[in-house]
Design a protein around this ligand. Structure first.
Ligand code: C5P
Length: 235
């Protein structure tokens, strides 16, 4: 089965500070989005990458992709995104041509995911899982709180889930295409990841080992870490 990767890259990246849309900001001179596209194209199984661009930035993103070489075997498409990540992923799915039976959804904000992680996700879908997430154990203990109305106010702690049972999930998340399409047609209400929609269909989602370098670039400190990872790779 052929695999396509959908990359939602339409977010503003407000938490990163002022500037260009997050996906277009440079990491060691190359836009984060290009790193993310290359990370998907690095897998020999991926034959198509669909980039979901900021709604007013599709032409700019197309020009950017044309300017950066991808492997011969990889095609790409650019479509304009929506107001939420969920809507952006749906628009990417709608643009997928027939013949790709496995779909990866990968955040542009995770530019450094290693190819072995991508391949492990694809492999688990091929082995029959309808949805697969790369996941890591947590370093921090996690508390559930009663959120304060005002930022900075103390918040009552209501529970401490057992850390050994928790995982932080990353992308690419991998799906049987028909399952992901059905999830996007059926599930309403906000979710923070695509696999969560498949869980709501009552299907089993499996976790495979994620990777430290698949971290999400969200805050300014993450840019420092990403630059350091790239510098280490060049050694
Ligand atoms: O905001 P967050 O870090 O969760 O965004 C995750 C990914 O979803 C980013 O790659 C971002 O560009 C994308 N996104 C999108 N469309 C939106 C909001 C976020 O494609 N409307």
């Amino acid at each position: 089965a052929r695999t396509a990767a959908v990359i939602p890259a339409a977010g503003r990246g407000v938490r990163l500070g002022p500037g260009a849309p997050k996906a277009l900001r440079a990491l060691s001179g190359t836009p984060m989005l290009i790193h993310a596209v290359r990370a998907m194209a690095a897998s020999r199984a991926v034959s198509l990458v669909v980039v979901v661009a900021p709604p007013d930035g599709a032409a700019e993103v197309k020009t950017l992709l044309d300017a950066h070489a991808l492997p011969e075997r990889t095609d790409f498409l650019v479509v304009p995104g929506g107001r939420s990540r969920q809507e952006s992923v749906k628009l990417g799915l709608d643009a997928l041509p027939a013949g790709h039976d496995i779909v990866l959804v990968h955040d542009a904000a995770r530019p450094l995911v290693p190819v072995d992680t991508v391949d492990a996700v694809i492999e688990a879908v091929r082995d029959g899982a309808p949805a697969v997430v790369p996941a890591l154990p947590l370093a921090d203990t996690v508390k559930q709180v009663e959120p304060a109305g005002t930022p900075g106010e103390p918040e009552p702690v209501v529970a401490t889930p057992e850390r050994a049972l928790l995982r932080a999930v990353q992308t690419p998340q991998g799906f049987d295409r028909a399952t992901l399409v059905r999830a996007h047609e059926t599930v309403t209400g906000e979710v923070t990841d695509d696999a969560g929609m498949v869980e709501q269909l009552g299907l089993t989602v499996v976790a495979v080992p994620g990777h430290e370098e698949a971290f999400k670039v969200t805050r300014p400190l993450d840019l420092v870490l990403a630059e350091a990872v790239l510098a280490r790779r060049r050694l």
